[in-house]
Design a protein around this ligand. Structure first.
Ligand SMILES: [Fe+2]
Length: 470
């Protein structure tokens, strides 16, 4: 409190009493008081409006104001001011009522000394300041509560709702009047989550820990079910709880729809994959049908592709190829002569030596075969093997004259297996060639016609089959 004199307004119609108060205040040395007096309530109220006053001393019995009404009129006129009521000994009950209505204190006329008066005035001012500070703080928290932007609810220890904000009214569909003091927290919980949330509230009251936040379903006044994200805690030094609730129904719906969409996309991708696999199978079936049709046209080559496939795989397996490489090689071997579908029967089935132009047409079958396979990604790894299966190690093969290791390994393997099967099978114009002669032929052409390492591997395999290579 500053050193300024305390400005006291005395509203008292009895001049003797006013005189006494003035004298008592003058005697009080601990603090300086500046006294203004009014003998009527109306004059007192005018003075209050005009002057700066720190505290009011109020007689409750005035010519123009009677009993409690006198106090109420002054209080309402200057709600921020501390008021001490003055009463006679036989009317103490009235003074108590005034204190209950907001007076800071009361003094009984005739029992006042300067010390008591001075102390009562100072305490009244201090108490009022404290009350105002508390009121302001409550006001601040109430404002925060009301304008938090989130639905908030305060409940008593029996879960009766005592305070809600605007957002809570919107969330539940109930008005403040329907909620406060009339409904309980479980009243707006959906059946599914009722027991869980009641459990949390009971645990809170017992001082037990509960999850810092949780989701729950609530049932609005219009019976609509909403999903909320909530957190609840006890208000310090009370049994009251405060909860904040956020409506996450739309967010939840969006997440659900996203999940559904991503499932649909996954299903679509699965269907696409299945369709693609079916298409690949169809391509493969078609190519096999073409291979069979080529072999059917020339009975002497029937089963040729099957045998070449078996021999080539044995060579590649011995060279350490992996499953994927072996599968590609198998496919390439089965279809390597598919391009012969484009060679006319006159040339394909001719028993006699081919003319230069006929031979040129025959030599086109690896190119035609490779071209036939370009319409599907599935055949991409086997195209080089099909195209180059008639290349020679020394670069004198066809169609591109590739040399040595520039020839794809699969094509080099296939060239050896293909030649072996052709020589060991009967032709319309000759019998099957003797194995020994074939071995001599293969050895002779290793390093010119064939990859010498592959010939060597094949000769080892022939031995395994009991075919002497000596
Ligand atoms: Fe061929």
């Amino acid at each position: 409190m500053s050193d300024e004199p305390i400005k006291v307004l005395l509203i008292e119609d009895n001049p003797d009493h006013a005189q006494l108060i003035q004298e008592l205040l003058a005697k009080e040395r601990s603090k300086q008081f500046d006294l203004a007096c009014a003998a009527r309530l109306s004059t007192g109220l005018k003075l209050l409006a005009k002057r700066s006053i720190d505290v009011v001393l109020l007689d409750l019995s005035l010519p123009d104001g009677q009993r409690l009404d006198t106090f109420i009129r002054v209080r309402d006129h200057a709600p921020q001011l501390p008021i001490i009521v003055l009463t006679s000994l036989d009317d103490k009950m009235l003074a108590v009522k005034a204190v209950q209505q907001g007076a800071q204190d009361y003094l009984v006329k005739g029992s006042i000394d300067s010390n008591l008066l001075g102390r009562a005035l100072l305490y009244a001012i201090a108490r009022k300041q404290l009350e105002e500070a508390l009121k302001q703080s409550e006001e601040r928290y109430r404002t925060l509560f009301q304008y938090s932007g989130t639905a908030m609810v305060i409940a008593e220890d029996d879960m009766t709702i005592s305070l809600v904000n605007k957002e809570f009214e919107q969330l539940t569909g109930y008005s403040k009047n329907q909620l406060e003091g009339k409904m309980t927290i479980p009243d707006f919980l959906a059946e599914k989550d009722k027991q869980k949330i009641i459990g949390y509230y009971k645990a809170l009251q017992k001082g037990k820990k509960i999850p810092p936040s949780y989701t729950a379903k609530i049932k609005r006044k219009d019976n609509q079910i909403r999903t909320i994200f909530a957190s609840v805690g006890l208000i310090p030094r009370t049994k009251n709880s405060i909860a904040s609730l956020t409506d996450i129904t739309e967010q939840e719906r969006t997440e659900r729809e996203l999940k559904k969409k991503s499932n649909e996309i996954r299903n679509y991708a699965r269907q696409m994959k299945m369709a693609y696999q079916a298409l690949e199978r169809a391509y493969l079936d078609m190519i096999h049908a073409l291979v069979i049709s080529v072999e059917t046209r020339d009975p002497y080559t029937r089963g040729h592709s099957e045998r070449v496939t078996q021999y080539s795989k044995e060579i590649a397996a011995k060279m350490g190829w992996n499953d994927k490489e072996l599968n590609n090689l198998e496919l390439a071997c089965r279809i390597h002569d598919v391009g012969k579908i484009g060679v006319s029967d006159r040339i394909l089935l001719k028993n006699d030596t081919l003319t230069i132009s006929e031979w040129a047409e025959m030599k086109m079958h690896p190119v035609k075969g490779a071209e036939m396979l370009t319409f599907s990604e599935y055949f991409k790894p086997v195209i080089p093997i099909v195209r180059h299966h008639h290349e020679r190690w020394n670069g004198k093969g066809y169609p591109d004259g590739l040399k040595g290791k520039n020839i794809p390994p699969g094509a080099r393997i296939l060239a050896v297996a293909d030649t072996f099967d052709a020589m060991s099978s009967a032709r319309p114009y000759r019998d099957a060639i003797d194995y020994k002669k074939i071995v001599v032929e293969l050895k002779k052409n290793a390093g010119t016609h064939f990859d010498p390492e592959i010939v060597e591997i094949w000769l080892e395999i022939m031995e395994k089959y009991g075919i002497s290579i000596l």
